[in-house]
Structures are given as C-alpha cells and as structure tokens.
Ligand binder design. Structure first.
Ligand code: PGA
Length: 254
C-alpha cells in the first residue's frame, strides 16, 4: 500500500444517537492507530453529533444534492453537510444508483458540487454479477467511472478517492477475490492517469468495498493497488471496524 491506508465506514441507514458510543470508541481506537486514516459516514442526523465528539476520525455523508439550495424538499446540499462538520461525501454508491436511479451524469454533478463546497469525494463504481458473467466488468467500470468522475480536478487529486465496489460483493459476505481486485484497481489507476495526467492520477486513492471483514481485510488490503477499504456492515461496531483498521496497519508493514 503506497499511502496511509484509508479505512472508511459507511453506516448506511443504521444508527440513532445510541450509536454515538460506537463512534466514540472508534475515535478512541483510531487515536492509537495513527498510521491508518479512519473515517465514518453515518446517516445525516448523526453527522454533527459525531463531528462534535470526534478528535481523530473524519466524519462524512453518504450522499448530497447537486444544487446549492432551493425548492428541493427533503434534500441536503454539500454546503449543509460541510456546515454540519462533514469533511467528505460518498457518491454514486450502487444502492443509490439502483434504488434512486442515479445516473452517471447526476453523480458527476454531485461530485462537482461537493468539491466546490470543500468536501472530499469518495466516488463508487462497480459492476453487477450479470455484467461480470458476461465478461464485461472492466469495460463497464471504465465507462461508468469516466462518466461519473469530474472531467477536471486541477490540483484536487488528494480530495478524490475511488471505491471499487462490485455490486455482487456488497452486503453478500462474498468479497471479490484478490485477483479480481488487483485487475480492476489496475484498470482504474490507468483510467485516472489518462483522465488527470501522471502526477494527479497517481494521487487519487483507490479503495475496495464489498464484504470486507476483520477476517479478510489483511489479505484484501495487501493486494497491489489497494489504498484502503470502504466498509458497510463491519463498520457498525468499534470492535469489527477497528479490527479492519488493525489489519490495515499490518498489511502496510508487510
Ligand atoms: P458491505 O458494504 O461492507 O456491508 O458489503 C460495503 C458498502 O456498501 O460500502
């Protein structure tokens, strides 16, 4: 792993204020593992409470609206989540693309809005089982990412991460194999370099997501080209999430 491993928890629609004790425990443990960058994306309602409690970890959101403000009942802008203490936002997650019909163009507009509001962006991509069975995974991910990423990032490469999350691996207990991951991360790196140039393209971090657990994290995080992990289910307790962070320190040492 080249950079400081980046381990991000996506709490999805889980968590009321009762979960703040887990966030506190994650934050305390992260202070003991400074070689790893730990962050969590709780539901909107917990962004500010987690931000107030956290001394070490960054807090982020799981989505934002593409407009700055206006008559959009129920929506939340990038500036609003930044104001609540968010430092980053996850965009283009497959659950949003599937359940909310988010197109690549919409996801790109959200990324532009987030970067303009000073947020870091974790851009998700990943193919379905059917696409992989048809042998079209690489072509699909390249096309999806190319259309979802901001076309220019100038010198904002440090603000951008890509998460490769094959849909068939998310929440299924069936993580991608090291070979699948190495291949796709190589493809994504080449795409980033072709889009943003050698220097900027090399700086964007590429995370893997999909059924990462404390049990498989060391193996996944030591795959060539993996700079960190986006973790759903296993990020909901401090014990399992920090088990993954610990595996990241070990993978980094190896
Ligand atoms: P999972 O979710 O770790 O529960 O598979 C990952 C994600 O959706 O980001």
């Amino acid at each position: 792993m080249s950079s400081r491993p980046y381990i991000v928890g996506n709490w999805k629609m889980h968590g009321t204020r009762a979960m703040l004790s887990e966030a506190r425990a994650i934050d305390r443990a992260a202070q003991r593992h400074m070689k790893v960058e730990v962050a969590i994306a709780p539901p909107y309602t917990l962004i500010h409470p987690v931000h107030r409690e956290a001394e070490q970890i960054a807090v982020g959101a799981q989505d934002c609206h593409e407009q700055e403000g206006g008559a959009f009942t129920g929506e939340i802008s990038a500036a609003m989540i930044a104001d609540a203490g968010a430092k980053f936002v996850i965009l283009g997650h497959s659950e949003r693309r599937t359940h909310h019909g988010e197109s690549d163009a919409l996801v790109r507009a959200k990324a532009d809005a987030a970067l303009a509001a000073g947020l870091r962006v974790i851009m998700c991509c990943g193919e379905s089982a059917k696409t992989r069975e048809m042998g079209r995974a690489v072509a699909f991910v390249k096309k999806q990412l190319k259309a979802s990423l901001p076309p220019q990032i100038e010198s904002a490469a440090e603000k951008l991460s890509v998460a490769y999350e094959p849909i068939w691996a998310v929440g299924t207990g069936n993580a991608a194999t090291p070979d699948n991951i190495a291949e796709m991360h190589g493809v994504i790196r080449a795409l980033l370099v072709s889009l943003y140039g050698e220097e900027q393209g090399a700086k964007v971090r590429i995370l893997y997501g999909g059924s990462v657990t404390p049990g498989n994290a060391a193996e996944i995080l030591s795959v060539d080209g993996v700079d960190g992990a986006l973790v759903g289910g296993a990020s909901l307790t401090a014990d399992s999430f920090m088990g993954i962070a610990l595996a990241a320190t070990e993978a980094d040492d190896s």
